[in-house]
Design a protein around this ligand. Structure first.
Ligand code: MN
Ligand code: MG
Length: 628
C-alpha cells in the first residue's frame, strides 16, 4: 500500500525507534513494599526517564508494554482485592502509563490472576489499546471460538524521513501470551478461555495484517527465548522471528535480558546487533529494570510501492548500575504523582495487621533446631501446592515441603536475622521470612530421594568428634544457609558425628556415610520406593545448590506465583497464624560433647535447653555453647 504524503524525489529513509517495557508487575515506583523502603533497582518511574531520553534522540518512536502489568506486588493486590477498583476506574499502572503515551499493550499470563471480570474492567479503562491473538472464547466444547481480545491492530503513524519529509506508515502490532495460562489460572479460565500455540496464531494472523496494509509488523509476545521450538511451548520468541511478515519481536515473560549473555547459545542470535535470525528482538528484563529499544531503518521502494526494513538492531538501557549499586538516572516525578493514592493505600495495607501472630518468629537458632521462620514458609508452601495439585493426577500423593533459613546471620552480618514479635503479622513481614523473588515449584521424588536431599542439606554441619570434651564448632560457615533445606512432613534426626555424605558442590564424597537417621513418614520408617511431592522453589527444583535427584526433570508444578505471594495468601487466609515449629527434626544427642554455635546476642531471648552464652564478639555476633 502506498503510504506517501509527499511524492518527493530521492532516497526515502525513515528511522523508526520502537520502545518496550515488560513484566512491570505493578512496580510503578522504585519501592519495595515487603521491606517498606524505596529502591532504585526497579520501577517504571525510572524507566520513564529512559523513555523520555530515547524519544528525544529520535523523531519517530513507538512505545509498547508486553504484559504482566497488573499483578506482582502488594499494590496489585491492593487495587484488585483490598480496595478494588470501581467500574470505569483506571488502574494506577495505567494512570502512570497514560503520562507516557503508550501505543498499545499486550496481555501477560499474570493479567488473569484476578479473574476475567477484573481484567476486562482494567482493559476497558486503559489509556491504550490491548492486543492478544492466541486467547479465544471457549466455544462450549473446550475448542477455540472467537478471539477473546482484539488480536492485532494496524495503526496509521505519521513519521518523518531523514530529510524531514512526512509520511504515513501502517504499523501492525500483534500480541501473544503463553498458552499455559489455562492451566495456571484454571479456576479463572476453565470453560471461558481456550488458548492456541503462539506461532500457529502468528502464521494465521500476520498474513491478514499484511493483506490489510500493514507496512511493518511488530510481534509483542509475552514469551521468552529458547533454542528449540515445539508447538504449544511457553517460550517461542526465537521461532517468531522465522514467521514471514514479522519484522520485530518484543519478548518478555522470562524476566531476562535480550540481548544479553544468558542467550549466547541461541541458534541464530547476534548479541551485538540484538537480532535472532536477522530480526531485531528485545527483552527488557523485569519490573522496569531496563528499557528495550529497537531501531529500524525503513526504505521506501518506489517501484514496488512498499516499505522494507533495511536494517534493525536491538539494545537495552538499564536503570541501575549493578556493580556500583546506584541509580543511573533520576525518576520521572510524573509517575509518582499518577499513582500517589494507590501507593499510600498500599503502604497502609502492608503496614497493617493481616493476622494475629500467636508466637514470635525468630531465626536465631534456625541452623540447629526446627525453627518458626522456616516452619511458616513450609506451611504456606504446603497449602499452596496442595491447592494447586487438587485437580491433578498427583492429588492423592503426600505433600512434603522443603525450606531453608534465609536470614540467618553469616555473611549477612549479626543483624541479619528474622525477629518478629508475637501479636501482629503484617504483609511487610514477608520480607523477613523470604528475601528472594523465587517462585513456588513442586517435584516428584521417592522416599530414597527424600533421604538423599536431607543428606545433602546436612552437609551444613562440621563433623563432631564425640570423644572430645573441648568446644567444637558445629556449623560450617562456608555452607550457604539457603542450602540447609529442612523438609517438613517427615521426621528425622541429623547425626553430626558422621562425616557428610556430600561435598560442598553436591558430589558424593562418603558413600558409606549417613547423617540422616530415623527418617519417618507418619511415624513409620519411610518407604524408599514410595512417591512424594515436595514443595520447594524454582531455584532448588531446577538444580540450584546441586541437590541429588534435582535436575529440573522431575518438576510437576511450576507455579506462576512467587513464594512471597504464597506467604501473603497464607497470611490472608489464616486469621490467626501459629508459627511454632513442630520439632520434626533434631540433632542426634552427643553426650559429653560441647558444641560451639554462633548467632546474634538476641538469641539469648529464647535459649534452647542445654545452650548457654559464652561471649559476645566485636563483630556483633555472640558465641553459644550447646550440650545435649
Ligand atoms: Mn512476569
Ligand atoms: Mg518443622
Amino acid at each position: 500500500m502506498t503510504a506517501l504524503l509527499l511524492g518527493a524525489a530521492g532516497a526515502q529513509t525513515v528511522d523508526l525507534r520502537i520502545l518496550e517495557t515488560t513484566d512491570l508487575h505493578t512496580n510503578a515506583l522504585g519501592y519495595d513494599y515487603y521491606q517498606d523502603k524505596p529502591t532504585g533497582e526497579f520501577g517504571l518511574e525510572y524507566t520513564a526517564t529512559l523513555i523520555k531520553q530515547a524519544r528525544e534522540e529520535k523523531r519517530n518512536t513507538l512505545l509498547y508494554d508486553n504484559g504482566d502489568l497488573i499483578q506482582g506486588n502488594p499494590l496489585g493486590d491492593f487495587v484488585a482485592r483490598v480496595q478494588p477498583l470501581k467500574a470505569g476506574q483506571m488502574h494506577p499502572l495505567h494512570a502512570a502509563m497514560r503520562v507516557l503515551k503508550y501505543d498499545a499493550g499486550n496481555l501477560g499470563n499474570h493479567e488473569f490472576n484476578y479473574g476475567l471480570p477484573f481484567l476486562q474492567g482494567v482493559i476497558a479503562a486503559a489509556p491504550m489499546p490491548y492486543v492478544s491473538a492466541n486467547a479465544y472464547k471457549d466455544d462450549g466444547n473446550g475448542k477455540p471460538g472467537e478471539n477473546a481480545f482484539t488480536p492485532y491492530l494496524i495503526e496509521r503513524k505519521i513519521v518523518y524521513d531523514t530529510e524531514g519529509r512526512p509520511y504515513v506508515i501502517n504499523v501492525g502490532v500483534i500480541g501473544f501470551l503463553p498458552p499455559q495460562i489455562v492451566n495456571w489460572d484454571k479456576s479463572n479460565l476453565d470453560g471461558k478461555i481456550v488458548t492456541t500455540d503462539i506461532v500457529e496464531a502468528a502464521r494465521k494472523f500476520v498474513p491478514q495484517m499484511k493483506a490489510q496494509g500493514a507496512d511493518i509488523v511488530v510481534a509483542v509476545a509475552h514469551s521468552g527465548i529458547s533454542a528449540d521450538y515445539q508447538p504449544g511451548q511457553e517460550n517461542v520468541a526465537a521461532e517468531l522471528t522465522r514467521v514471514p511478515g514479522i519484522d520485530v519481536v518484543l519478548s518478555g515473560h522470562s524476566h531476562q535480558e535480550f540481548p544479553g549473555p544468558v542467550y549466547k547459545s541461541i541458534p541464530g542470535a547476534d548479541l551485538t546487533k540484538g537480532t535472532i535470525n536477522g530480526k531485531p528482538v528485545v527483552m527488557a528484563g523485569f519490573w522496569g529494570s531496563d528499557l528495550g529499544i529497537v531501531d529500524l531503518k525503513l526504505n521506501y521502494d518506489r517501484k514496488a510501492q512498499k516499505w522494507t526494513v533495511a536494517d534493525g538492531t536491538a539494545s537495552l538501557r538499564p536503570i541501575w548500575d549493578k556493580t556500583a549499586k546506584k541509580s543511573l538516572i533520576t525518576p520521572d516525578p510524573r509517575i509518582a504523582a499518577a499513582v500517589k493514592k494507590a501507593h499510600e493505600g498500599t503502604l497502609a495495607y502492608v503496614r497493617g495487621k493481616v493476622a494475629d501472630l500467636t508466637a514470635p518468629i525468630t531465626s536465631y537458632w534456625a541452623l540447629v533446631q526446627d525453627d518458626p521462620s522456616v516452619q511458616l514458609v513450609s506451611s504456606a508452601q504446603t497449602a499452596y501446592v496442595k491447592a494447586a495439585l487438587a485437580n491433578t493426577q498427583y492429588k492423592d500423593l503426600p505433600v512434603l515441603s522443603a525450606a531453608a533459613p534465609f536470614k540467618a546471620g553469616g555473611r549477612g552480618g549479626a543483624s541479619y536475622y528474622t525477629d518478629i514479635p508475637a501479636g501482629t503479622l503484617a504483609i511487610k513481614n514477608v520480607a523477613d521470612l523470604y528475601v528472594y523473588p523465587n517462585t513456588v515449584q513442586a517435584v516428584l521424588v521417592t522416599g530414597a530421594q527424600v533421604q538423599e536431599w536431607l543428606e545433602r542439606a546436612a552437609g551444613q554441619f562440621k563433623q563432631i568428634d564425640p570423644s572430645k570434651t573441648e568446644p567444637q564448632a558445629l556449623v560450617d560457615d562456608s555452607f550457604p544457609t539457603y542450602n540447609f533445606d529442612v523438609i517438613d512432613g517427615v521426621t528425622y534426626e541429623i547425626d553430626v558425628t558422621q562425616p557428610s555424605r556430600y561435598g560442598s558442590k553436591g558430589e558424593l564424597v562418603n558413600d558409606q556415610a549417613h547423617r540422616i537417621r530415623n527418617l519417618m513418614y507418619q511415624g513409620k520408617p519411610i518407604d524408599p520406593g514410595a512417591q512424594f511431592v515436595v514443595a520447594t522453589n524454582n531455584y532448588r527444583a531446577s538444580g540450584g545448590g546441586s541437590f541429588p535427584g534435582l535436575t529440573g526433570k522431575n518438576i510437576i508444578l511450576q507455579a506462576p506465583d512467587e513464594t512471597r505471594e504464597a506467604l501473603v495468601k497464607y497470611f490472608n487466609e489464616q486469621k490467626t497464624v501459629n508459627p511454632t515449629a513442630d520439632g520434626n527434626w533434631k540433632l542426634t544427642p552427643i553426650p559429653g560433647a560441647t558444641l560451639l554455635y554462633v548467632s546474634s546476642p538476641n538469641a539469648q531471648k529464647n535459649l534452647p535447653a542445654g545452650a548457654t552464652l559464652l561471649r559476645t564478639r566485636d563483630d556483633g555476633f555472640a558465641e553459644y555453647l550447646i550440650k545435649f
